[in-house]
Structure formats: structure tokens, C-alpha cells
Design a protein. Structure first.
Length: 112
């Protein structure tokens, strides 16, 4: 889910400089996006996960997102750039999985 830039800015301002890094988690589902029911029924067999600890630029830790249009634009650009990188990473993760699956045999044994 894509968080709104304003929500992120609000949390950073409310925490008053206590948050200096964020954890970026990307989850790829090579077999297609599952439903909650797919998870409950054990039909999700493969996932790929990428976790990255990212520093938050210091100039974004103490701005007025609501009243400063320049800060708002800078913050929105930063968040949009994060999502652009994340979308590229997700595409690469899925493409790498397709290449791996084409060149190997995967056997899954379902526990009873």
C-alpha cells in the first residue's frame, strides 16, 4: 500500500526527530497477488522479500508540510522517488524469479 506523503510527514513531525530511519519492505508474489483466503488455505507457496533500512534525509525531519509549499513539494518528491525505486525493484524481483524458474525444477511437498 502506498502511504500518502502527508501521513509520513505528520508522523515524522509528531515524533520530533526521534525517527531518523525507516524500514522499507518489498514483497513480491511470483504466482500473482494472493487474497487473504489464499493465505488462510495455504495456497501461497512462493514469495520474495527485500528489506532495506533507509536513512531519512535530515532536511525532511523538521519541516511544516501543511503550511510550507516548498517543503511539501520537496517531501512529496522524496516519497515519489522512493516509490519509483520500489516499483523498479519489484519488477526486477519478479523478472529474476521468472528466469530462475525457467532454468530449474522446483518441487514442493505439502505436509499432511
Amino acid at each position: 500500500l502506498r502511504p500518502k506523503a502527508g501521513g509520513i510527514a505528520f508522523v515524522l513531525a509528531a515524533m520530533d526527530g526521534q525517527i531518523r530511519t525507516m524500514i522499507d519492505v518489498t514483497i513480491a508474489y511470483p504466482e500473482g497477488i494472493p487474497t487473504a483466503w489464499d493465505f488462510f488455505c495455504g495456497r501461497v507457496h512462493h514469495i520474495k522479500v527485500f528489506v532495506d533500512k533507509r536513512p531519512i534525509p535530515p532536511h525532511l525531519l523538521s519541516g511544516d508540510y501543511t503550511n510550507d509549499p516548498d517543503f511539501r513539494q520537496t517531501f512529496q518528491t522524496w516519497v515519489n522517488d522512493l516509490w519509483y525505486e520500489k516499483d523498479k525493484r519489484l519488477s526486477q524481483m519478479l523478472e529474476d524469479t521468472k528466469k530462475t524458474w525457467r532454468n530449474s525444477h522446483v518441487f514442493c511437498k505439502q505436509s499432511k
